[in-house]
Design a protein around this ligand. Structure first.
Ligand SMILES: Cc1ncc(COP(=O)(O)O)c(C=O)c1O
Length: 398
């Protein structure tokens, strides 16, 4: 499909009043996504929540088809969750770990996931090994092979970290996991919606993601993929009427698809809107989106590099994503976020407490994170760089 920038911007009405470079935080919902969500809430208001769900059963169900298509998964491998962290939590806590089991984690792992593993080390006695990497954060697979032993059970990776433009080598890690018989858990929170993500090509067993970022869905929505062959051995830590059927006073039967990880009560309007967001992205084409984001983010990187006092802090090798992180001499990242917001420019800050394994070792306290999407323009990049240049000039006068 040919990329129609004008249409994308018409579908994103607030582009005219704000400069939104915070798509890795939460993107702007396109009109069709917003409309289906509001229409569904109106239906709930007009006829009752349960009645609206019955009437909209098909639309709710279309979520599973949309995500199966988006991720190249099967229908029974998809679950709707309230966010990526809860999706990750419920699936990872269903892995049958035993005391002394070891897991491998990359230094760019998302903070809440790492906290979740720390908790698992307390309650289940697992041990966490950080993957050996080179100075750029690239995994040293040879050294990694040397630390895998019979107790190593799982490998965790974040596809695109929150705090840098790096795109981690998900397929190579999938191959490594396959060779060593490891359960592969992939956090695809920042990648789904900005590039094609194919669970079969990657070879992951569990994948979690969120609605509000590059997919442009509503906040408070997320999704989970669990490979069918792993499901039988994964009992969710909690069960309710969605996960299981209550069969007698002392028994229940767990459902055999990924919906065993869902809750019965959930934000139906969000589920419908997230399905619409997935279809919206697929209609544009994930390859088209990825190319457009590469164009916009490369231009942003080049222009930022030319500003006195700006240091790009990107990691990894090869292609970079739509996330661009940098420091501006003499200014704290969180102050920059506030100063820009006063000018209707949205970015966010990535702080060391959110990415300790990655940023602490590099001596970074905080970075400005500008994250662009396909609907952003050259003109916005120029306005953004002018704003950064002005901040720099003010700070060097101080
Ligand atoms: C890489 C990554 N993983 C997971 C999350 C958590 O997503 P959620 O807030 O939907 O739980 C984020 C959010 O910023 C993220 O950037």
């Amino acid at each position: 499909m040919k990329f129609d920038l004008e249409k994308m911007r018409r579908d994103t009405p607030s582009c005219t009043s704000i400069l939104h470079f915070n798509n890795a935080g939460a993107s702007l919902m396109p009109k069709p996504v917003y409309t289906v969500m509001c229409d569904y809430l109106a239906l709930e208001q007009s006829m009752g929540g349960y009645e609206a769900a019955t009437k909209s059963a098909q639309a709710i169900d279309s979520f599973y088809t949309a995500f199966a298509n988006l991720l190249n998964a099967d229908l029974d491998e998809i679950a709707y969750c309230e966010n990526a962290t809860r999706a990750w939590d419920i699936a990872v806590n269903a892995i049958p770990f035993e005391v002394g089991d070891r897991v491998l984690v990359h230094e760019t792992e998302y903070s809440s996931n790492y906290l979740g593993l720390l908790r698992l080390s307390q309650i289940k006695g697992i041990k966490i090994d950080i993957m050996p990497t080179d100075a750029k954060g690239a995994i040293n697979f040879k050294a990694l092979t040397d630390i895998v032993d019979a107790k190593t059970k799982a490998i965790f990776l974040t596809h695109i970290p929150s705090q840098s433009g790096a795109i981690n080598p998900v397929n190579e890690v999938g191959e490594f996991a396959r060779q060593h018989g490891l359960i592969y858990v992939l956090d695809a929170c920042q990648s789904v919606g900005q590039m094609p993500v194919d669970v079969k090509a990657i070879g992951c067993d569990i994948l979690c993601g969120t609605g509000r970022k590059f997919l442009r869905g509503p906040r408070g929505t997320g999704f989970l993929y669990v490979k069918k062959s792993r499901l039988t051995n994964m009992h969710p830590p909690f069960v309710d009427l969605q996960a299981a059927e209550w069969t007698s006073t002392h028994s229940y039967t767990l459902r055999d698809d990924a919906k065993r990880f869902e809750g019965w009560e959930r934000f139906m309007a969000g589920q419908i809107a997230l399905a619409e967001a997935a279809r919206y992205a697929m209609d544009i084409g994930l390859n088209v989106i990825q190319e457009r984001i590469a164009l916009v983010s490369e231009s942003l990187r080049t222009q930022l590099q030319n500003i006195d006092g700006v240091t790009l802090r990107e990691r990894g090798e090869g292609k970079q994503s739509g996330i661009v992180t940098f420091e501006l001499k003499g200014r704290d990242a969180s102050d920059i976020v506030l100063l820009l917001r006063a000018k209707n420019i949205n970015v966010s800050a990535a702080r060391v407490e959110h990415a300790r394994l990655d940023l602490e070792g590099r001596g970074i306290v905080a970075l400005v994170r500008a994250s662009v999407h396909y609907y952003n323009t050259q003109d916005e990049i120029e306005r953004f760089c002018t704003a950064i240049r002005n901040l720099r000039e003010c700070s060097s006068r101080m």
